[in-house]
Design a protein around this ligand. Structure first.
Ligand SMILES: [Zn+2]
Length: 221
């Protein structure tokens, strides 16, 4: 008696603190319309799942409205109709906060990795960084089982139109790897610094839109 084996508790892929209670879609179902291919899921706690949900809807609205996704068969169909309905009901917080604001910050080369292709073209940098922090944390966990530290710094922006292929080729040429993908809608590529794996560079393709995300670059640059 007393030989009760310890059942390992899976911790949340995002916070790494709370026990996971559900399987969470790293790229939300609202972004990938049916018929859905195999989705990317990670264990998550209820609190993280709930917080991420609002950011998922924000991202869906951003992607559906983005000019680069104009005419894309997926984003211009059901997804765009949902966003238009949300705007009609004044429920799109992306559209609410976007009015009258824009940011354009060209990124310079940092730590040898060129970000010359990318700019900060989204409206609320802190919100955008938070949205892509969830996604990069989830993708990294799915890919490697690693979690980025709680105080990790995330910065996200867009890869400029006309530089998508160059930016990916640049990352791959420096030893970057293919990350999780949901073909044909989503792909990811990433490169982690050898000296400190919390420093990384990601390119995420959602339909025609390419987003770059850096982690902890400013801290270590
Ligand atoms: Zn959590």
């Amino acid at each position: 008696m007393g030989d009760q084996s310890v059942i390992p508790v899976k911790l949340c892929a995002y916070c790494g603190i709370e026990p996971a209670v559900e399987s969470e879609h790293v790229i939300a179902r609202c972004i990938i319309p049916p018929p859905r291919p195999t989705m990317i899921t990670v264990p998550a706690c209820a609190a993280c799942n709930d917080k991420k949900k609002h950011d998922d809807e924000h991202l869906r609205d951003m992607l559906a409205i983005d000019i680069e996704n104009e005419g894309h068969p997926t984003t211009s169909g059901e997804m765009k109709e949902k966003v238009i309905r949300a705007i009609g009901r004044k429920q799109s917080d992306f559209v609410k906060q976007a009015r009258g604001k824009s940011i354009y910050e060209v990124r310079r080369t940092v730590s040898g990795i060129s970000l010359g292709y990318a700019s900060r073209a989204y409206t609320d940098p802190e919100r955008i960084n938070a949205i892509f922090a969830w996604i990069v944390r989830g993708l990294l966990f799915e890919e490697t089982g690693d979690r980025l530290p709680v105080d990790c710094i995330f910065k996200a922006g867009k890869v400029n139109l006309g530089h998508h292929a160059d930016a990916i080729a640049d990352l791959q040429g420096r030893g970057g790897k293919d990350g999780p993908s949901i073909p044909p809608s989503f792909e990811s590529f990433y490169l982690r610094a050898k000296s400190d794996p919390t420093v990384s560079h990601w390119i995420l393709r959602f339909f025609n839109v390419h987003v770059w995300v850096t982690t902890n670059f400013e801290k270590y640059a």
